[in-house]
Ligand binder design. Sequence first.
Ligand SMILES: NC(=O)c1ccc[n+]([C@@H]2O[C@H](COP(=O)([O-])OP(=O)(O)OC[C@H]3O[C@@H](n4cnc5c(N)ncnc54)[C@H](OP(=O)(O)O)[C@@H]3O)[C@@H](O)[C@H]2O)c1
Length: 194
Amino acid sequence: MDLPDPHPGPGQVRIAVHAAGLNTSDWKKRQGLMDQELPQTMGHEAAGIVDELGASVTSVAVGDRVFGFSPASGAQTELTVLSCYTPIPPSLGFAEAAALPAATETAARALDQLGVESGDTVLINGASGSVGSAAVQLAMVRGARVIGTGSPATKDFLRSLGTEPIAYGANHGITSPTNDRPPGQINRHAELPL
Ligand SMILES: NC(=O)c1ccc[n+]([C@@H]2O[C@H](COP(=O)([O-])OP(=O)(O)OC[C@H]3O[C@@H](n4cnc5c(N)ncnc54)[C@H](OP(=O)(O)O)[C@@H]3O)[C@@H](O)[C@H]2O)c1
């Protein structure tokens, strides 16, 4: 479907999309479970090259590599407008950057709501997943000790993130008597499994 080219409003940028994230909200939308009016565009997160600046944008310039949120759910298109964006670090490609916005924002919000700070011991249930693995890393940046649950196959991955891995139980959590027990006192607990 051909749509008119979008243009950025104040504080927004338009990018030529190089990669777009595919998220839970996308398959829910495709199954008609949300935003049911037609026509629809897809995708809330994208990475690309800035090609137009909205009024008062000074933090990035035309030609910069950026990633962020497409508020109008139009990330899976040739051109999209981002309302919240930041430069892509040199170590990241477009595809990796496009996969980050929703998961990392969700993780950061969860840690904010829990009030995670230096010295805390945090249990992250679902630490091997998209949101969980972001939450692990962001909690560690805040100076917390992190214990993370995942399936047995993810133990090495969890350890590589710096968390202390334990297996989750059959009953969605660490309360199962078959689970490993994390050592020490846990004072924050994020619940992230699907
Ligand atoms: N991804 C996003 O951008 C996003 C944004 C907003 C909200 N959310 C919500 O956040 C939650 C997590 O999403 P996600 O994208 O991170 O999902 P995901 O990547 O599929 O990760 C799911 C996590 O749950 C774990 N898990 C699976 N079965 C479990 C069980 N029986 N007991 C305990 N843990 C179990 C998985 O462990 P193993 O893989 O090791 O089995 C994995 O760590 C979902 O509710 C999602 O709707 C996600």
